[in-house]
Design a protein around this ligand. Sequence first.
Ligand code: ZN
Length: 103
Amino acid sequence: MKKPKSTKRYCPFCNKRTDHKIKLLSTGIKRGTLKKGGIDRAKLRGRGRGYGNKGRWGSKPAVTKWKRKTKNTKKAVFIYTCQTCKKSHQSKKGMRISKVMLE
Ligand SMILES: [Zn+2]
């Protein structure tokens, strides 16, 4: 899905329609990166080195037929930043889309 980088939108702080910049909310950090059992730390410890199917320690999980991913879309949340008051707010409803391109 293509989306413009800026639009005119209602600003709840200015209480009128103003120019807004659109930004996609990032998914954030990966879970368990600081844990001892986390893959990043386990690799530093020397687990999952070498070649071949590493299963749990590989870059990709060992995928079997019943473990295959079923969902191919994610909810995308957009952040709208008002250009007059510089305050930002989110879209009320997230959209389920596979890929977002801001242009
Ligand atoms: Zn505003």
